[in-house]
Design a protein around this ligand. Structure first.
Ligand SMILES: [Ca+2]
Ligand SMILES: [Ca+2]
Length: 339
């Protein structure tokens, strides 16, 4: 009996000692400095935010949410039924557009139904899918030539170039679009743009729709204010230089730039000013358009030097031939808002 008691006492003492050792070890471990948690968190590169993926998952973004698009440097194209277009919904309302006493676009209020407009210009990748699916032949291809351009030419000079079309905007002797699939498609006429729209189930924006969306509530000459280059910084892709003799390229691009290379407007639309001129429709056409073969366009382009193109803003409206193609003309799509 005494032996058993002694054995039990020894076991209890051993367990107590073990417990004490474990507690001391735990206290020591808890008091050890922890490894920095931040070291295990992947570094987020703000230049390429993870929000990019979001641009690709929701093709319709409400106006209230459009601000989130500002995080998307470059919406990604996808094989969605609408061919990868990402839309911003512009609500129905009365919009104040134009400029006081402007010759073509005087100040006016316009009542618009709700509509959706693409956040970027239509890209070479998107147009290539259209051509692949339909075998469509553009006006430039039918003509066998289109106007081309290079740095050093005279202002307003364009060279008719055999074999220039959307795959080779400056002709087959110069690089094509192989590594520019995220650039806006060019060398397509307004007729070509409308054919694309029919295939993709979208349409061109009307003049007033384009301006309402491009203004995003602002009353300034450019989406970012009234200064063309605030603090000397280009906010869009245009021609830096008084003439076309030399492009000093402060914005980094001699010709087109990948869509979405510059900050968007307040509603998440990229390149409304600059990069490529954007075809619009109007019904009826403005009174100053006298030819039935004419169409209208907005926003200016990479070609706009300070001494030539005056359309690089939110107010001016350009006029072009419906069948003409240029390496600085493209389009952005729109569609009626779903109920
Ligand atoms: Ca440029
Ligand atoms: Ca543009």
């Amino acid at each position: 009996m005494n032996v058993n008691r002694t054995s039990m006492a020894l076991k209890l003492a051993g367990a107590a000692a073990l417990l004490a050792v474990l507690m001391i070890t735990a206290i020591l471990l808890l008091s050890e400095p922890k490894a920095p948690v931040a070291a295990s968190i992947p570094k987020i590169d703000l230049a390429e935010p993870p929000m990019q993926q979001m641009c690709n998952t929701d093709s319709k973004i409400d106006l209230a949410e459009a601000i989130t698009l500002q995080m998307c440097k470059r919406p990604l194209a996808s094989e969605t039924p609408d061919n990868g277009h990402v839309f911003v919904r512009v609500p129905a309302g009365t919009y104040s557009l134009g400029e006081k006493e402007h010759r073509r676009n005087p100040r006016h209020a316009v009542k618009l139904k709700a509509f959706e407009i693409a956040t970027t210009e239509t890209t070479n990748a998107q147009f290539a899918r259209f051509v692949k699916a339909t075998g469509y032949v553009t006006d430039a291809e039918k003509n066998g030539e289109a106007p081309s351009f290079h740095e050093g030419m005279m202002d307003w000079e364009w060279t008719p170039t055999k074999g220039a079309y959307w795959r080779f905007p400056f002709g087959p002797e110069r690089p094509g679009i192989e590594d520019k699939m995220d650039h806006p498609v060019t060398q397509i006429s307004a007729t070509d743009a409308e054919a694309y729209c029919r295939w993709a189930g979208v349409r061109l924006p009307m003049l007033d729709e384009w301006e309402a969306a491009a203004r995003a509530g602002s009353d300034t000459l450019y989406p970012w204010g009234d200064e063309k280059m605030p603090k000397g910084k280009p906010m869009a892709n245009f021609w830096q230089g008084k003439t076309h003799a030399k492009n000093t390229m402060e914005d980094g691009f001699l010709y087109t730039a990948p869509v979405g290379s510059f900050p968007p407007n307040k509603w998440g639309l990229y390149d409304v000013v600059g990069n490529v001129f954007e075809y619009c429709t109007s019904d009826p056409m403005p009174a100053w358009v006298h030819s039935k073969n004419a169409c209208v366009g907005r926003g200016g382009s990479w070609w706009c030097s300070s001494g030539t193109c005056s359309f690089f803003n939110l107010v001016d409206i350009g006029q072009m031939n419906r069948k003409a193609s240029f390496p600085n003309q493209g389009f952005r799509v729109a569609r009626d808002a779903k109920k």
